[in-house]
Design a protein around this ligand. Structure first.
Ligand SMILES: *[C@@H]1O[C@H](CO)[C@@H](O)[C@H](O)[C@H]1NC(C)=O
Ligand SMILES: *[C@@H]1O[C@H](CO)[C@@H](O)[C@H](O)[C@H]1NC(C)=O
Ligand SMILES: *[C@@H]1O[C@H](CO)[C@@H](O)[C@H](O)[C@H]1NC(C)=O
Ligand SMILES: *[C@@H]1O[C@H](CO)[C@@H](O)[C@H](O)[C@H]1NC(C)=O
Length: 247
């Protein structure tokens, strides 16, 4: 028996000389609304400018999506299907960022349903063999008369963090980081990221690059072991953002 056990450990030691180092690259699945989606969100720029060449992903962000419609439309099924497709070759991470549409009084999604829906996305990601990351919703850039942006997603931010804490899930506070940055650069500089004149929610192409860098920097700073080796850095851009200067 002793010999059996010791040879078992011997085999493990040979098979895994670096047990703490996960060699697989990353596959990113981005779940969210228009602020993640192509043409208006940070998702495409995240994949094209921050993900290292060993890694890849797919942006499933969808304009108008709530935590309920994302499932009803079949987009969530695509996410779980992709986890299964990619998990043998990659560590699959799923970012989950909702709130802008859930919060509308016409969404049909109550705060308790929003919370439950986020928790179900987390659980189903894990069950499928992926790694969930909750992301608090990107700030809107509507400035008030005091020169600061309106904090109109604080409830959704707090619920997202509550779900992450309760379920012991990784999360990044994009809402706070994006709000801090936008307040630092001010209204005129922030308007340069608008998808169209007067659209203070959606991002143009360069806005996507800037806010994707904020997402990436939050991930790498909070979880360096998981993400640093699989991230394309841009220290110039990161430093400009950290200094609170317009990028
Ligand atoms: C995502 O949802 C939209 C509707 O909101 C739908 O048109 C589209 O086909 C869905 N995409 C996938 C891959 O399920
Ligand atoms: C729903 O929200 C809209 C836009 O924010 C607002 O104009 C409207 O009064 C609200 N309706 C109700 C029933 O709360
Ligand atoms: C959100 O949580 C913060 C503490 O992190 C609290 O100060 C704030 O009042 C909360 N906001 C809302 C709208 O619940
Ligand atoms: C890095 O960021 C700087 C400053 O925003 C930008 O000019 C440059 O094109 C970026 N470099 C790469 C390789 O994306």
């Amino acid at each position: 028996m002793y010999a059996l056990i010791s040879s078992f450990f011997f085999v493990c030691a040979i098979a895994s000389p670096f047990p703490k180092h996960e060699a697989k690259p990353l596959y990113w699945l981005l779940a969210g609304d228009s602020t993640t989606a192509p043409d208006g969100g940070w998702g495409d720029a995240f994949l094209s400018t921050t993900v290292a060449s060993d890694s890849s992903g797919h942006n499933y962000g969808h304009s108008g999506a709530t935590t309920a419609s994302f499932r009803a439309s079949g987009n969530w099924t695509s996410v779980t299907r992709d986890i299964n497709t990619y998990k043998s070759d990659y560590q699959v991470f799923v970012t989950i960022q909702f709130g802008h549409n859930d919060q509308k009084n016409t969404s049909g999604v109550s705060l308790s349903q929003y919370k439950e829906n986020l928790l179900n996305f987390v659980k189903e990601t894990t069950t499928a063999g992926g790694h969930p990351i909750l992301v608090t919703p990107l700030t809107r850039r509507n400035f008030q008369s005091d020169g600061k942006v309106a904090e109109n997603l604080a409830t959704q931010r707090n619920i997202t963090i509550e779900v992450a804490t309760y379920s012991k899930t990784k999360y990044i506070d994009l809402n706070k980081a994006s709000e801090t940055y936008v307040n630092a650069i001010g209204k005129d500089a922030a308007s340069k990221y608008n998808l169209a004149a007067g659209d203070w929610t959606h991002l143009n192409e360069w806005g996507g690059v800037v806010f994707a860098r904020i997402v990436s920097d939050l991930l790498v700073e909070k979880y360096p072991v998981e993400f640093e080796a699989h991230t394309k850095a841009n220290d110039t851009l990161s430093d400009i953002i950290k200094a609170g200067e317009p990028a």
